[in-house]
Design a binder for this molecule. Structure first.
Ligand SMILES: [Zn+2]
Ligand SMILES: [Zn+2]
Length: 239
């Protein structure tokens, strides 16, 4: 979508959002030196995405206490930022204020940050967590889809997953209630099933808390024949 890039460069001032310095072409939203100031997640469980105390990386293949015994359908997960300002503000701007430019730029920023993670995996399609038709009707767009477009538009396969059950906002709900709400809320439309057979997928969401939504989506996609599922979340909330 070249026109969207043109609109972005025309309307969006190419200056760092934090220090206002002009951005270089490979930078998105913020400059390289301000990137260091963002609430980046450095230590996390690669199996479930649970945050670990700084400086205590879980060795490859081992699991943290929280996910031992849990059935997880994605093969690994990468949460990028803690859900804290300024990242949380940018996400809210993209989510509730219809700031499409911000959504796409956030996707681009995250893409730059997860280059080492992407170097280790290969994926055929990127699938954003879908929104239910009712939410789309009222909001008009799905922010996760817009962010995924900024991340990697060429591999986008957003029709592969549908949300057919409307679920109330998960914010502030205990884990058990979240699990109950989200259960059986996704489906893979019959006509797209053959495209997913033995495919490696990158599931993409903006904010995760327990990871229940990503896990439920991964379950449905694995059942449809996907061979590998990597999950990526822009931010992880601890609320
Ligand atoms: Zn800056
Ligand atoms: Zn874990």
């Amino acid at each position: 979508m070249k026109w969207l890039d043109k609109i972005i460069s025309f309307f969006f001032p190419e200056h760092c959002l934090l220090c206002r310095r002009p951005l270089k072409s490979f930078e998105s939203l913020i400059c390289e030196s301000c990137l260091e100031k963002l609430p980046r997640i450095k230590s996390y469980c690669k199996r479930c995405g649970n945050l670990l105390p700084e400086g205590s990386p879980v060795p490859e293949g081992s699991i943290c206490k929280k996910c031992a015994g849990k059935r997880l359908y994605f093969d690994s997960i990468r949460p990028v930022f803690k859900y804290e300002p300024p990242v949380s503000n940018w996400i809210l701007q993209a989510k509730y204020q219809g700031d499409f430019v911000m959504a796409k730029l956030l996707g681009r920023l995250v893409r730059r940050m997860v280059a080492p993670f992407l170097a280790k995996i290969e994926f055929d399609f990127i699938i954003p967590i879908p929104a239910h038709a009712r939410r789309l009707f009222f909001r008009g767009y799905n922010q996760a889809l817009l962010m995924a477009m900024g991340f990697e538009e060429k591999k986008l396969f957003s029709q592969a997953l549908k949300k057919h059950k409307h679920t109330p906002s998960q914010v502030g709900l205990p884990r058990e209630q979240r699990l109950k709400n989200i259960k059986n809320s996704f489906e893979v439309p019959q006509k797209y099933r053959s495209f997913l057979k033995n495919r490696r997928l990158l599931l993409f969401d903006d904010v995760i808390t327990t990871g229940a939504t990503l896990n439920e989506a991964a379950k449905v996609l694995k059942k449809a024949g996907a061979s590998k599922i990597y999950a990526l979340a822009i931010a992880k909330s601890t609320l």
